[in-house]
Write a protein that binds this ligand. Structure first.
Ligand code: SF4
Length: 492
């Protein structure tokens, strides 16, 4: 994924630092609570929400099961419509393809529609290394780019910034990227939006090449779909001469009819709107209308490895609505940067360690970045059981085991730092599998309960620092059952 996140500390350290930033916590709390309340109202309007959720899940699961077939169908349809399809197995290959395509046009700048896939592969940095400047045109992405910052939310990448900070960013840095901010700019939303509009318009009218992602790709017709709120996407998709779309292979759906489900669930889950303001669709090229050259770069970058995991593959259903972020108590306090990935929050905690593997310290820490409260599963419009995948990945981190990496079956070794956890689990397995040992242990623990410490020593200290150790009953349940004949004796 993006080099911009390289070298970040593991989640516990990054989260501890973020939690100490009061302004960040206040910005996040205000934004996530506002969006989550609105979303609940928008979803509550639909009587068939649960049926739509199930339909979305089924469509995605069916497509993932037959991904090879639908991708070939998509390629044939795009090619028949005048587009060119490129396949990229990883970030480096995708970046090289895009850079070569841009260079072939003779241009040195491109406009971009907000795209998580291009952030995932670090495309802006790769283009910069080739002398090509990429301008983000989504308002929040523009703020992140001008501030030389990193996105911290899927839908609202600048969620950690308040209006005053945005005004200062526009005032200080817009002039370095093109049209400067107007004199006397205040932090009124309308003024900030107007400043961004004037700044971006110059770029839309000049750009010959655009780069986009896509929310969906329709296999039967070769159509790509972008849903957005600002209209910047439509400008990028229609004005330039060359359009390059970089899209993860899991974004394909079989038919136009399938969009009926997602165009209801996505806007309500993400921005709490009944329908999104702009839905742009494009199919290859058409003479006299829109770009004259269209390239589709189909990105794997760990997706087929993820698909090979029977439990973890459900993460590929994600439609990037961000509802799970807005309800997550961990995300609300730690913010998006702590996840060290373009995919923050609960979905990031399961997607990043699958796309990138669990060998690095930060990826091994992500499955633990959750309280397992289950709120993310409840709101997910495609019913991804995020807690189930988190537990599955924790097991992989602590125990190692079989996985698929770059298409090869491998046996992963346990990550470092989990020896105590493994020893504890082995001991628990032995005790729970030996009734005599369990009974003796329970009696011993009950009789010595007054001597038990209030916090755990050694590696268990971190666990008990924020939790009360459960108090031990005076008598094990089995002894009580025997002594009282299952409670009947006590009742008499
Ligand atoms: S995991 Fe579900 S709730 Fe979270 S972003 Fe993806 S689709 Fe939305």
């Amino acid at each position: 994924m993006s080099g911009t996140f390289l070298g970040m500390p593991a989640f516990p350290k990054a989260a501890r630092e973020a939690v100490g930033d009061e302004r960040l916590r206040a910005n996040l709390r205000h934004a996530t609570h506002t969006i989550r309340d609105k979303r609940a109202r928008a979803v509550g309007e639909l009587e068939d929400w649960e049926a739509l959720r199930e339909a979305g899940k089924q469509i995605k699961d069916h497509t993932l099961r037959h991904l090879d077939r639908y991708l070939v169908q998509l390629e044939e349809a795009v090619t028949a419509a005048g587009g060119i399809v490129h396949w990229a197995c990883d970030a480096a290959e995708a970046n090289r393809i895009v850079a070569d395509l841009v260079k072939a046009t003779g241009e040195t700048e491109v406009v971009k529609v907000k795209s998580m896939a291009t952030q995932e592969i670090g495309l802006n940095e790769a283009l910069e290394a080739e002398g090509i400047r990429a301008y983000e045109t989504d308002l929040a992405e523009l703020i992140v780019q001008l501030a030389d910052d990193r996105p911290s939310h899927i839908l609202v990448p600048a969620i950690h910034r308040n209006r005053g900070e945005i005004r200062d960013i526009f005032h200080d840095t817009m002039k370095n990227w093109g049209r400067p901010a107007p004199e006397g700019l205040t932090d009124e939303p309308a003024e900030l939006a107007e400043a961004a509009r004037l700044h971006l318009r110059e770029k839309f009218l000049r750009a010959k090449v655009a780069i986009s992602g896509a929310n969906f790709m329709v296999a039967e017709s070769g159509t790509l779909v972008v849903v957005e709120s600002e209209g910047n996407g439509r400008m990028c998709l229609t004005l330039p001469e060359t359009l390059i779309s970089v899209v993860g292979v899991e974004k394909v759906v079989p038919t136009w009819r399938d969009l009926e489900v997602f165009l209801q669930t996505l806007p309500r889950s993400s921005t709490a709107e009944r329908m999104n303001p702009y839905t742009s669709t494009w199919t290859g090229t058409i003479d006299g209308d829109g770009p004259t050259a269209f390239h589709l770069v189909l990105l794997d970058n760990g997706r087929t490895d993820t698909l090979a995991d029977e439990v973890g593959r459900q993460a590929l259903r994600c439609i990037r609505c961000s509802a799970c972020l807005n309800v997550c108590p961990v995300y609300e306090r730690a913010g998006g940067h702590a996840y060290g990935s373009v995919y923050p929050g609960p979905i990031g905690a399961i997607l990043s360690p699958q796309l990138r593997g669990t060998t690095s310290e930060i990826d091994a820490s992500l499955p633990y970045a959750s309280s397992l409260c289950g709120a993310c599963y409840d709101v997910c419009p495609v019913a991804i059981d995020i807690p189930e995948v988190l537990v599955h990945l924790r097991e992989r981190v602590a125990q190692g085991g079989p996985a698929v990496t770059r298409g090869e079956k491998v046996v992963l070794r346990p990550a470092r730092g989990h020896a105590a956890e493994r020893a504890a689990m082995r001991a628990a397995r032995w005790v729970l599998g030996s009734p005599g040992v369990l009974r003796t242990g329970q009696r011993f623990a009950a009789r010595t309960r007054r001597l038990h410490p209030r916090t755990l020593p050694g590696p268990g200290r971190a666990w008990s620092a924020s939790r009360d150790l459960p108090s031990m009953p005076a008598e094990p349940f089995r002894d009580w059952w025997q002594r009282t004949n299952g409670g009947k004796g006590e009742a008499q």
